[in-house]
Design a protein around this ligand. Structure first.
Ligand SMILES: [Zn+2]
Length: 263
């Protein structure tokens, strides 16, 4: 099982070494901004590295919204990040499921997702798997609760898209972790990546505050059960930098070792 962390984008491979990580995830631009990603000087090193690379799209992207002035730039920015992520050999681009505004028909959000994928396909394709991530908050989210996720996947039809399961978001979003992987896979058929995070907040709180794996409100054994069942690469997006994330990665290796034959 490949295990890594979300790291600062300046020198991801050094961050991986510092954490003994098999994988890294990082942003290609300010996650709160609309800037296009720039070519990276370390592209060849990232492509040639044994470390698996994942890219997280900016948080501002919301391809589901009914607001044209957000939705249209979101489509373009998602495609630009996908192409930039593919150019550094990334295995996937993670993007949040997005939401419609209060009062808007949720079905328009699912349909806008379908249109965003069609736009990308007509523009030469993403060039790598795009992984829709479940989110923690909001009453109009496309990928917070599984009933919405099922409607989203229905709307996407046979368009190719992957799924990233965040354990903090599921718990805070109000989905029980027990048996969650089976319930997700019944909808998506796949889990491409797990974001393994504990939660500072309670079940169904709708708040998105990650905690280290052995802290927080989720029983660590339940986190481990989700990770085992998902059988996908794992990224921790936990606090504490090299020490905090390094401890979380070591914890996972200790707990999962022997089952996977990992180092
Ligand atoms: Zn996440």
């Amino acid at each position: 099982m490949r295990i890594g962390a979300h790291v600062d984008p300046t020198d991801p491979l050094a961050e991986a070494t510092a954490r003994a990580a098999d994988a890294v995830q990082f942003f290609l631009s300010d996650p709160q901004g609309w800037k296009s990603p720039q070519p990276r000087a370390d592209a060849a090193a990232l492509i040639g590295s044994d470390v698996d690379v994942y890219v997280h799209a900016p948080y501002v992207i919301n391809v589901a919204t009914g607001n044209n002035r957000i939705r249209i730039p979101s489509r373009k920015l998602l495609l630009a990040h996908a192409k930039a992520a593919a150019a550094i050999g990334a295995k996937g681009l993670v993007v949040h499921g997005g939401h419609v505004n209060a009062g808007d028909d949720p079905s328009t959000g699912f349909d806008n997702w379908r249109k965003a994928l069609s736009y990308a396909a007509e523009s030469g394709g993403f060039g790598l798997p795009v992984l829709i991530e479940n989110t923690a908050g909001g009453e109009n989210a496309c990928a917070r609760r599984l009933d919405a996720l099922a409607r989203l996947w229905d709307a996407l039809g046979d368009q190719e898209v992957g799924f990233c399961l965040d354990t903090c978001h599921a718990h805070a979003g109000g989905e029980e972790l027990l048996g969650l992987v089976d319930r997700v896979k019944a909808i998506t058929g796949r889990i491409d990546l797990v974001h393994a995070n504990n939660s500072k907040d309670g079940f169904g709180s709708g708040r998105d505050r990650h905690d280290n794996l052995s802290s927080g409100t989720i029983d660590p054994d339940l986190l481990l059960a989700v990770i085992r069942a998902a059988d996908a690469p794992v990224i921790v997006e936990t606090p504490g930098g090299v020490e905090g994330q390094g401890n979380d990665i070591a914890f996972l290796r200790r707990q999962l070792d022997g089952e996977t034959g990992a180092r």
